[in-house]
Design a protein around this ligand. Structure first.
Ligand code: 8YV
Length: 328
């Protein structure tokens, strides 16, 4: 398919340099504002283009794929996670799906450490004291948090981001543990100083901090369910920079309110931005608006990956970051 004829619709505003390059390469329709597109607008877009560039906020289900007609050939997602797209359904209809792996790894791992530090060292509480002029001066027993060095960190999901978290945690002097579908090669384990737990239950019960770094798939939905959350030590902390669906948010909220878990740092939520309102009232919780990968550099690199995937497809080849359902 010659690239000049490829019609591309982009559902969200992307970094300016990426949009400019899109204009040069394709017959592209860009958004003027940055609102989330509703279902009908998305279907209309799918009917009208060869390539749809989606983001996390665009849910593409089977019915929408059916309604798309047969023009759409590629869904190129701006982001690594594709749990909002029916990838198998797309494949059955001959529509390829691509994503942007790797480029968010270091930024998301940084944010994981930031959340761990924020909760364990009570940074938002300290900031609130300063901003409300309540600081009466230093005191030996004021605002005491915990020391990271020596604490056991359990990483749930040891892919690229999990390993980047492990490298950081190791440098902080933490004891790194992990649970993963597959055990890592022993050289990798050694370089990360990481101990493998085949049993997630056993790992969860022994950790001081648990970090969720696995993707959301049918098999990881509510992996941290009420039963498993109850295995956590009462002074443990849970951090999630992956996908909200991996944790039963209501069960977690109840436990935090009852003091059955000491704290949580959450960048992602089970129902998008519809957060359990009770989470917002808790001192021992740090909430962020899904900004784990939100760096200027990361967003440009994500956009460049999208450009590469769409351009490669336009030139008649498979996109380098094609997502195959069996990979999920
Ligand atoms: C992105 C993410 O911001 O890459 C991912 O899967 O979760 C995010 O950090 C988002 O996907 C952009 O669409």
């Amino acid at each position: 398919m010659p690239s000049q004829r490829l019609s591309v619709v982009v559902t969200r505003r992307l970094p300016e340099s990426v949009e400019e390059r899109m204009k040069e390469l394709f017959d592209v329709t860009l958004r003027v504002d940055d609102s989330k597109m509703d279902r009908d607008s998305l279907i209309a877009a799918m009917q009208s283009c060869d390539v749809l560039v989606t983001a996390l906020s665009d849910s593409i289900d089977t019915d929408m794929l059916d309604a798309a007609g047969d023009r759409l050939k590629l869904i190129s997602n701006f982001g690594a996670g594709v749990d909002h797209i029916d990838v198998s359904g797309a494949r059955q209809r001959g529509i390829l799906v691509s994503n942007t792996p790797d480029v968010a790894t270091e930024d998301t791992a940084d944010m994981t450490m930031a959340l761990i530090l924020a909760v364990v060292r009570r940074i938002p509480e300290g900031l609130a004291v300063m901003q409300s002029d309540r600081w009466t001066g230093w005191a030996p027993t004021a605002m005491l948090g915990g020391r990271l060095a020596g604490r056991n960190l359990g990483i749930l999901g040891m892919g690229r981001i999990g390993q980047a978290v492990a490298r950081r945690a190791h440098a902080f002097g933490m004891q790194v543990h992990y649970h993963n579908r597959k055990q890592l090669r022993s050289e990798t384990e050694q370089s990360l100083g990481a101990t493998y737990w085949e049993s997630l239950d056993q790992m969860v019960a022994r950790m001081d901090i648990i970090s969720v770094n696995c993707p959301h798939t049918p098999s990881t939905f509510h992996l941290m369910n009420a039963r498993r959350l109850k295995l956590m030590k009462p002074d443990a902390v849970l951090v999630n920079t992956s996908r909200g669906e991996v944790i039963d948010e209501n069960a977690l909220t109840r436990m935090l309110r009852n003091g059955e878990i000491s704290g949580a740092g959450l960048d992602v939520f089970e129902n998008g931005n519809q957060i359990n309102p009770r989470l917002k009232d808790l001192d021992n919780v740090v909430l962020l608006p899904h900004m784990g990968s939100a760096t200027v550099e990361g967003r440009i690199e994500m956009g460049e990956k999208v450009l590469l995937n769409v351009k490669t497809f336009a030139d008649g080849h498979r996109p380098p970051d094609q997502v195959i359902p069996s990979m999920l």
